[in-house]
Design a protein around this ligand. Structure first.
Ligand SMILES: Cc1cc2nc3c(=O)[nH]c(=O)nc-3n(C[C@H](O)[C@H](O)[C@H](O)COP(=O)(O)OP(=O)(O)OC[C@H]3O[C@@H](n4cnc5c(N)ncnc54)[C@H](O)[C@@H]3O)c2cc1C
Length: 545
């Protein structure tokens, strides 16, 4: 259970306050609380509402880091990915990836065979302790014929076959972040969404006094803490006003994926080279072109990632129609059989990532490694700021932060931090197998908590909408146990109902009515909530609104 209790959150002196509830904040809160520190995490919007909700959902094993011969980075990725797979096995699955091989030399079959072999050796322990259905197989080379079966219609001149390797798809990145937050709460952490850290002062008691603004009640609270971890993603510099001196001016790139209703390829994530020249300055093995991935997901295809330099504020981040159209055109140029139109695009992912340099229009170099650093100016000495570049490696950064904290201050292991989950009192009946399967697919073991709400259901009609497979008990659970406060929280970050395309208007109306009855919304509020959901699809063409 995760109560949203801001008074309790700010009642004691904390060891660690984590600012930001994206992939980094959530994994840090989990690891720090698990290590026995009294911890709180605050997020100014909903958990995983920003960059972390916008990734291509690939948990990398790091094959591409072989181009940089960066074995350390590969190992960090592999370990971090395994942790996520252990924590939420219901949210992940092995993802077969395929890339056509043209010509000879470093981009040919033989070089790729060696790379796949090294990749498998370096990730020798990738399956340790995982259930058999999540095992990640070895990579291999397939024939030209097999390549054309999977990717029909590509250029055949000088095509020698394709390399196949396996990454992992996080089917619901938003719930994966939430799993970390829920587990951190199990370890005694306190968590609140819609709470913004608006000011930080160092007190004479040598503690940080942080002002928190609760956006829902419009009230301000003060919290005292020994350490602060600034995991505010693209708000990195803005979050700690007055400490710009210790954060060198960071450049940002807007990263964009599009989601197409068309299922372009079956089963495989397909990697194809883009049109423009691209030089990865650090790569030892240079490809010369940026790779675009076509990832099958929820019956749709995610395609990415495109980058452009951006000085937009993360609060006002907007994707223009031209940017989406440019990407549609690029996809048609890379793979003409796709015949993609603007109307095929049902969703997009956009976020700001730390950029290192812009060599020319098509040549944006991102920062390579996620890092954290300690602020040195007296006002913020001891505050840690995270600069995250990958969702996948967030648990690794969290682990490093715990190591750093342990050198400064030993936690007093509280009772609360010893995650003692007792067996659940509720059990499924034999005639509930279909419901059970549906809920376990979405919520894993938490389905049993939803069963508890289902048993209390007074109404004979258990559904909010049967076609959308949405139960009243499910939404009740999400509001009472997972801190869903808004319609958009449920549509985008708890159920994934609207994560690939806009839900039907009738579903949004029924859902807003149901939530409104619980939370006391009037008609005007319900409409505002629906409007906020629809706003997320702008500037796409919505079929039915
Ligand atoms: C298009 C795209 C594709 C990508 N693809 C992949 C991929 O396939 N695999 C991969 O591993 N990575 C991928 N990434 C990178 C990855 O998504 C990011 O590196 C990662 O999610 C960043 O997480 P974060 O927690 O640092 O930031 P965020 O997720 O942005 O979290 C920061 C949070 O801090 C909150 N916040 C800010 N200020 C305050 C405050 N004052 N008080 C309280 N809260 C505050 C914000 O609201 C925000 O929710 C991709 C990124 C993009 C944009």
């Amino acid at each position: 259970m995760m109560p949203r209790d801001i008074k309790k959150l700010s009642s004691d002196i904390l060891d660690v306050l984590v600012i930001g509830g994206g992939a980094h904040g959530a994994t840090i809160a989990y690891h720090v609380a698990k290590a026995g520190y009294s911890t709180a995490i605050v997020e100014k919007n909903d958990f995983c509402g920003s960059t972390s909700a916008n990734s291509l959902k690939i948990l990398h094993g790091g094959l591409r880091y072989l181009q940089h011969l960066n074995i350390k980075r590969m190992r960090h990725s592999i370990k971090a990915r395994k942790e996520m797979m252990h924590l939420a096995p219901y949210l992940v699955k092995p993802l077969p990836c395929i890339m056509p091989l043209y010509g000879k030399g470093l981009r040919g079959k033989r070089a790729m065979q060696t790379a796949l072999f090294l990749n498998d050796c370096i990730s020798w322990d990738r399956n340790d302790g995982l259930p058999a259905d999540l095992y990640i197989p070895n990579g291999h080379i397939v024939s030209k014929q097999k390549c054309l079966e999977v990717i029909p219609g590509i250029e055949t001149e000088d095509l020698h076959g394709a390399s196949v390797w396996y990454d992992v798809l996080a089917e619901d990145t938003e719930r994966l972040v939430l799993e970390y937050i829920l587990e951190s709460v199990n370890y005694g952490a306190r968590a609140a969404n819609y709470v913004e850290a608006t000011g930080v002062e160092k007190g004479t008691d040598n503690l940080y006094h942080v002002t928190l603004f609760d956006k829902l009640s419009q009230q301000t609270h003060l919290i005292k803490t020994r350490f602060i971890v600034n995991a505010s993603g693209p708000w990195l510099e803005r979050c700690l006003h007055g400490s710009q001196k210790s954060i060198q001016e960071q450049k940002w790139a807007l990263a964009l994926n599009i989601v197409s209703k068309k299922k372009i390829f079956a089963d495989y994530a397909v990697a194809l080279e883009g049109q423009g020249k691209y030089e990865d300055k650090d790569a030892i093995i240079k490809r010369g072109k940026r790779l675009y991935f076509f990832v099958p997901w929820r019956g749709h295809t995610m395609i990415g990632t495109d980058y452009e330099e951006s000085d937009a504020s993360p609060d006002g981040l907007q994707v223009k129609r031209e940017m989406i159209q440019k990407m549609v055109d690029e996809v048609n140029a890379i793979y003409p059989p796709a015949q993609l139109t603007y109307e095929d695009i049902s969703f997009f992912h956009a976020g700001l990532l730390p950029m290192r340099a812009k060599l020319d229009e098509s040549n944006i170099q991102l920062e390579k490694n996620s890092t954290f650093f300690e602020h040195t100016d007296s006002k913020f000495s001891g505050v840690l700021s995270v600069k995250g570049v990958k969702y996948t490696t967030a648990p690794y950064i969290a682990h490093e932060i715990v190591c750093f904290l342990k050198k400064q201050y030993s936690p007093v292991l509280s009772k609360e931090s010893q995650n003692e989950s007792s067996p659940h009192p509720w059990q499924w009946e034999a005639n509930e197998s279909a419901l059970r399967e549906m809920l376990e697919k979405k919520y894993g073991q938490r389905a049993l908590q939803i069963l508890q709400f289902l048993r209390r259901e007074q109404d004979d009609d258990i559904w909010i909408d049967r076609d959308a497979q949405l139960l009243k008990a499910e939404v009740n659970y999400l509001i009472h146990e997972e801190m869903a406060c808004k319609l958009s929280d449920i549509v985008f970050r708890r159920t994934g109902l609207g994560s690939a395309e806009c839900p039907q208007q009738k579903i949004l109306i029924k859902l807003a009515d149901f939530i409104g009855n619980i939370l006391g919304w009037d008609e005007a509020r319900k409409e505002r909530e629906r409007e906020e959901v629809l706003q997320r699809y702008f500037p796409l063409v919505l079929n039915e609104v």
